[in-house]
Structure formats: structure tokens, C-alpha cells
Ligand binder design. Structure first.
Ligand SMILES: Nc1nc2c(ncn2[C@@H]2O[C@H](COP(=O)(O)OP(=O)(O)OP(=O)(O)O)[C@@H](O)[C@H]2O)c(=O)[nH]1
Ligand SMILES: [Mg+2]
Length: 700
């Protein structure tokens, strides 16, 4: 395996809506570059980057993976990412290793929900972009319509650098609007273009598009603008660097056309990546901090800088152990290097560094600034950590993850599974940052949490296939809360003064509702020493502990204020314990009068369906206590936005699939807590009581 210098590298992440053809395109590009001798296909389970058993079975990408193509003097590192909403956290994390994004758009559907989401990630991480209108061989695929939706979503900087040659079934290549040549492909061939002059019937359209491109490139570049006004055109040798610069500065988002199956446009796309997208070195400097919460540090992306590498992904392999994927941010990572993990203050030896072609590792003696590789068996390093030269500490920022949206109780099927469960899950948590594992304080069950039902199901399936642990998932849980709706006032008195050392604590509190999201507030309003100062924190503690245990159904009580305003004490018998118990009693007595109620999480839901299903979807949302907030139609599909209680969304994934014959998709995130309607609350409370919540012994 050859060693590449930073300027001869391109790190591109393929992003876009699920099914736009990212994984298929990577396999096509690798085949066209001669990196593999058979064309891998998603549909046969033979693609290079969807190699995980889960991906082969489900035929979509679950987690980011790497591949590379050697194209002329350049090595292109591809990062294939998931487009499915519940795995998008993987996509964003992987973008930290990229220097540009290839944003794929389905030639029939145009811009879709996840196109915009992933565009947002690219925006956030300031990545230059190349748009690819893909699957141009499909019936009703159209560059023109795709461009309309792209411009509507991303503005007028979207400009074609290619036009399709032929359309739909007869799509056979692309016209290069920079060099003004036609590139045609044999649909059964190896993905390499034959270059010809532009056919006469395309000449006018190509000339017009060429001029539009030139104008866009010249617009932000005074020198080119002058040249353009003088000569009425810009020669190719000036247009290429001008285009490069405009892309790097994100003034232009160029658009190419392709198909990954049949492979059409591949060699032209590889050329465009090499010619127009920036190398990691061209991106200049990277930013970090010298230690957590410390001062900013800058590092030049160059071989002569101190070495630093950012770990953007971890794979838990049952055989190879932990495999860490990293990008060399500065300096050179040599095989067997001993580096410091700055996040953990530990030392790691990088034995057997390698480059990845899908699941296949090839050893390499060194990786230079900007390159991407992998290493197995690091001891403590996890995703988001920075490794480097001890003398030059730096930590690169990791992505901010959302909170998981859904939890299920998980149970091992047998005793043997139980023994293996926790260690297997902890290894999976290392590879999937949004997965959580915890214990329900009320029911003592183990909980597994993720971004959606399917996310959790994939995790369970991995547990079985990779780690041979069988588990069952029980009904998902809704994290209810409790609160109050009225003011209350009560006394809590704990008194035991018969025989031996007595106990005496007595307090009076007022309780008031607070606005949603305020949590808990404690006000000490004791005057004249009715309760000695040192016992006041004990009263508060008693209230806090009782509130955590809940009043109605065992869910934490939130959004209320307690004012401690009176009480009494005994010189000998008062103690912290006695006042804590008094606080807890006062809380419970106040709750009786305070009109307690249940709160439930309400989610922002976005559902995308083909237009003709929109009516059904809205009707169905009404039945789920949903409030439709808006509707958007574009290119044949409708996006419905609504707020729906989480409790009503637990089975939505499978219901949506059956309502739309699998053509709908949705995403949701937490928005706020709201009061549960009485009838439903009654059922939740009854279920909790039946499960034994609130039956514990009253302390006396
Ligand atoms: N006709 C046609 N079908 C394609 C093309 N590219 C991909 N497909 C098919 O479209 C489906 C989805 O392709 P993938 O490559 O898995 O799509 P993806 O963007 O990786 O999807 P996610 O991994 O879910 O984000 C598969 O059935 C492919 O065979 C294309 O250019 N033309
Ligand atoms: Mg994929």
C-alpha cells in the first residue's frame, strides 16, 4: 500500500437521504478505479461498505465505513454514511474526518428530509460540497427538477458542472461543462468514460450552462471577473482554479450527475473529486483546545507538525477486539507509535496501523497529515478522543449528541445470556454513542435507549449475531414526570418520644406550582429560629428524596417550589434524621391538596410520505392526540409536521410502514413536557400501582 502526501489526498463523506444510492455509488467508483475486480451490489449484499451482517440483511447503511480509490496520483478516502434518520448521529460523527461532502440526491425524488438534515451537518462543520444527482437512469429522473428543489432548499449557489447525456433508461453519460467535452459510458462496462465532442443536439444547452457556470465562478473573484468582461469567457486553465477556490470558500455548490447501477458517470465523478475538491492540507489549519475547557490551539495540517490524530469511530469486533478509526490531523502517525490520549491522560501503542477497504484492512507503515486509517486494540481510547505527541497536547472537539428518544426494558433469555449481557452491551456502547444502558430505579429492570425503535432493534440483533447473547425487548417506556397544579400548605411532624433517645422534627411548608421546565426550588423562610439553621438542609433533603420517588405513580415530581416557613424543635430529641422525615411527611401531605398530575414528553415529529397518503397520515395523527403544525409538498411527497405525545408514537415505525407500504419515513425529537389527559393518566397510575409502586412501608 502506497503512502500518500496530504496534497494528494481527498477525504469525502457521502451523505444524503436513505436510498439515494450512496453505498452503491461507492462500490461503483471503486470498481471504476480498478480497486475491486467485481462490482459490489447493495441488493446482493456484496457492496464494499455495507459489509456488516445487519446492513446486508436490512439493505441499508447502519454505521459509517471507509473505502479508498487510487485515482491517478491521488488517493480518495470515501466515508459512506447512513441516510436513515435514526442513524444520523453516526453520519455527523463521521463527518469530522471529512474535508468535503458528496451530497447525493435521488434523481426522481429531489431534495428529501435527510438531504436537508445532512446538508445542515455539512454546513455546521464548514465542509465544501459536491452535489450528485444520482440514479439518473430511473424513469422520471430529471436534472432540471432536481435542480429546482436543490435551489429552493439551498439557494442560487447550486450550479451544474455537468449535464446528463441521454435520459432515464437511455442515460449514458455526462457533458463536462468545465472542459466542454462529452463523456459516454457503456452501461455494462467498467465505468470508464469515452471522451468525444459534445453532440450537436446538446451544444446550445451546454454553451448556456457553461456560461452560467463561468459567471458564478467569476462573481466572487475580481481577477476572473475582469478577465470575463474583457474576453467574454474564461479559459479552462483559469476556470479550474477559480472553481476550486469558489467551492473551497463555499460560494458555489457544483452539481454532477451519475448512476451507481448501471455505472454511469463514475470516472468523471472521480476526476471532479480530485480536480475540484480540496485536499486536507488545502484546508489549512485545524482547531482544538489544549485541554478540556482550556485555551484554543491551532494546528497546521502538515507532516512537520507535532503528531495528532482524532478518533471518529469505534467498532466492537468480537474477534479483533476494539478497532479505532482515526484521522491524522497533523504530523505523521507511524506504525508502532506510542501516543498520549489527551482526553484520558493515558498512553496507547498503535500497533499494526492499517487502511480500510470496507471490512478489509491493509497494513501501512505510516499515515501522513490528512490521511485516514484504523488501528486495533487500543486500551482505553474511544470515539471523540485525540491522540498525539505528549509534548504538544491538543483535543479536537467531538460532536454534540442528542438525547435518546426511546427506552425499552431488556431481559436476557437465559441465565447464560444474563452473564454475557452486560459486557456485550458495554462493548456496543463504545461503538454506538447514542445507545444507552441503564437501570430503571422504579422497576429495577435494565433499560436500553436509542434514537428510535429500529435503532434499538438493530442493537439487539447485533447482540445476538456478534456476541451470541439472546434478549427480549419489553414494551417501551415513557419517561413520565409528576407535577402539581395548585398551592398547598401542610405540616410534617415526626415525633417518637417514648423510651430511650427520642426523635423530634416538625416543619410547616407551602408548595406552589412553577412553570414547565423549572425543576425544583427551595425557599427558606424561617424567622426567629423556629427550626435551628443546621436542620434546615435536612428538611430540604427529605423533600427532594420524596419528590424523586414520586407521589402518583412513582415518577419524579418536578416544577414546584417549597417554602419552609415554620416549625418547632426539641433541645435533646431533634436530629437531622428526624427533620428529614418531617420534610418527607410535609411533602406527602401537601401533595394530597396540590392537585398532582402526570406529565408526558411531547415530540416534534416529521413524517414524509408520497402525496396521496397525506390525508390518511393526518387522520391517523388525530387518533394519536397529535397536533398537526404544518404541511409541505415537494416533488411528489408531503412532509407533515406535528407534535405528538411520545406514548402515542411507540409503535409508529411499524404502523407507518403498513399504512404506506413502506414508502413513508419519519423522525422525531423531544420538544417539551405536557399534562397527560385525566383518562389516560388514570390508566398509567393504575398500572404503576399494580406493578407495586407506592406500596413501600410508610416510615414512622
Ligand atoms: N436504478 C438505480 N438504482 C440504484 C442506483 N443506485 C442505487 N440504486 C438502488 O437503490 C437502493 C438504495 O441504494 P443504496 O446505495 O443502498 O442507498 P444509500 O444511499 O446507501 O441508502 P442508506 O444506506 O439507507 O442511506 C438499492 O436497491 C440500490 O440497488 C442507481 O444509480 N440506479
Ligand atoms: Mg448506504
Amino acid at each position: 500500500m502506497k503512502i500518500y502526501d496530504g496534497q494528494n489526498l481527498r477525504n469525502v463523506a457521502l451523505v444524503g437521504h436513505g436510498g439515494s444510492g450512496k453505498t452503491q455509488l461507492v462500490s461503483a467508483l471503486l470498481f471504476a478505479a480498478g480497486m475491486v475486480n467485481r462490482l459490489g451490489k447493495v441488493d446482493d449484499g456484496t457492496s464494499v461498505t455495507d459489509y456488516d451482517e445487519e446492513e446486508i440483511q436490512r439493505k441499508f447503511t447502519v454505521s459509517a465505513s471507509l473505502a479508498y480509490a487510487e485515482w491517478g496520483k491521488t488517493k480518495i478516502n470515501f466515508i459512506d454514511t447512513p441516510g436513515y434518520n435514526i442513524f444520523l448521529h453516526e453520519t455527523e460523527a463521521a463527518l469530522l474526518a471529512a474535508d468535503a461532502a458528496l451530497v447525493l440526491v435521488h434523481g426522481v425524488a429531489g431534495v428529501e428530509v435527510q438531504t436537508e438534515k445532512t446538508w445542515g451537518f455539512a454546513e455546521k462543520h464548514a465542509l465544501p460540497r459536491l452535489l450528485v444527482v444520482n440514479q439518473m437512469d430511473r424513469d422520471r429522473a430529471s436534472l432540471e427538477r432536481s435542480l429546482e428543489s436543490l435551489r429552493a432548499a439551498f439557494g442560487r449557489s447550486v450550479v451544474p458542472i455537468q449535464l446528463p447525456l441521454g435520459e432515464e433508461k437511455s442515460f449514458r453519460g455526462a457533458i463536462d461543462l468545465v472542459k466542454m467535452k462529452a463523456h459516454s459510458y457503456d452501461p455494462n462496462g467498467p465505468g470508464k468514460a469515452t471522451e468525444t465532442e459534445i453532440p450537436a443536439e446538446y451544444a446550445d444547452a451546454a454553451q448556456k450552462a457553461h456560461e452560467t457556470l463561468i459567471e458564478m465562478v467569476a462573481e466572487g473573484n475580481d481577477k476572473l471577473l475582469e478577465e470575463f468582461f474583457e474576453k467574454g469567457t474564461i479559459p479552462v486553465e483559469d476556470l479550474v482554479p477559480g472553481l476550486q477556490q469558489a467551492i473551497a470558500e463555499r460560494r458555489i455548490y457544483p452539481v454532477a450527475v451519475s448512476a451507481g447501477l448501471p455505472i454511469i458517470g463514475s470516472s468523471g465523478l472521480l476526476d471532479a473529486i480530485v480536480d475540484y475538491l480540496p485536499s486536507p492540507v488545502a484546508r489549512g489549519k485545524v482547531q482544538g483546545v489544549d485541554h478540556a475547557g482550556g485555551s484554543p490551539v491551532e494546528r497546521k495540517v502538515a507532516d512537520d507538525q507535532p503528531v495528532s490524530a482524532y478518533v471518529f469511530k469505534t467498532v466492537a469486533d468480537p474477534f479483533a477486539g476494539r478497532v479505532s478509526y482515526f484521522k491524522v490531523m497533523s504530523g505523521v502517525v507511524k506504525n508502532d507509535a506510542v501516543l498520549t490520549n489527551f482526553n484520558r491522560g493515558t498512553t496507547e501503542k498503535l500497533a499494526h496501523i492499517a487502511v480500510m477497504q470496507g471490512k478489509t484492512q491493509s497494513p501501512i507503515p505510516e499515515l501522513r497529515a490528512g490521511d485516514i486509517g484504523a488501528v486495533a486494540k487500543l486500551k482505553e481510547t474511544l470515539t471523540g478522543d485525540t491522540l498525539g505527541d505528549k509534548a504538544a497536547p491538543i483535543q479536537y472537539p467531538a460532536v454534540q449528541l442528542a438525547e435518546p428518544a426511546i427506552s425499552f426494558a431488556i431481559e436476557a433469555k437465559s441465565r447464560g445470556d444474563e452473564d454475557k449481557l452486560s459486557s456485550a452491551i458495554h462493548r456496543m456502547l463504545e461503538e454506538d454513542l447514542l445507545l444507552r444502558f441503564s437501570r430503571d430505579p422504579q422497576t429495577k429492570e435494565f433499560l436500553i435507549s436509542g434514537s428510535g425503535q429500529q435503532h434499538v432493534e438493530v442493537a439487539v440483533s447485533k447482540l445476538r449475531r456478534r456476541f451470541h447473547v439472546e434478549v427480549t425487548l419489553k414494551a417501551p417506556k415513557v419517561p413520565y414526570r409528576e407535577t402539581i397544579r395548585a398551592k398547598a400548605e401542610a405540616q410534617g411532624k415526626h415525633k417518637k418520644q417514648t423510651g430511650g433517645h427520642g426523635q423530634y422534627g416538625d416543619c410547616w411548608i407551602k408548595m406552589e406550582p412553577l412553570v414547565r421546565g423549572s425543576g425544583f426550588e427551595f425557599v427558606n423562610d424561617i424567622f426567629g429560629g423556629a427550626i435551628p439553621r443546621n436542620f434546615i438542609p435536612a428538611v430540604e433533603k427529605g423533600i427532594v428524596e420524596a419528590a424523586a420517588k414520586g407521589y402518583l405513580a412513582g415518577y419524579p415530581v418536578v416544577d414546584f417550589r417549597v417554602i419552609l416557613f415554620d416549625g418547632s424543635y426539641h433541645d435533646v430529641d431533634s436530629s437531622e434524621m428526624a427533620f428529614k422525615l418531617a420534610g418527607s411527611k410535609a411533602f406527602k401531605k401537601s401533595m394530597e391538596q396540590a392537585k398532582p398530575c402526570l406529565l408526558e414528553p411531547v415530540m416534534n415529529v416529521e413524517i414524509t410520505v408520497p402525496e396521496n397518503y397525506a390525508g390518511d397520515i393526518m387522520g391517523n395523527l388525530n387518533g394519536r392526540r397529535g397536533r398537526v403544525q404544518g404541511m409541505d409538498s415537494k416533488s411528489g411527497s408531503t412532509v407533515v409536521k406535528a407534535q405528538v405525545p411520545l406514548a402515542e408514537m411507540l409503535s409508529y415505525a411499524s404502523d407507518l410502514t403498513s399504512m404506506t407500504q413502506g414508502r413513508g419515513s419519519y423522525s422525531m425529537e423531544y420538544d417539551h413536557y405536557d399534562v397527560v389527559p385525566q383518562q389516560i393518566a388514570d390508566k398509567v397510575v393504575a398500572a404503576a400501582r399494580a406493578a407495586g409502586v407506592g406500596k413501600e412501608e410508610e416510615e414512622e
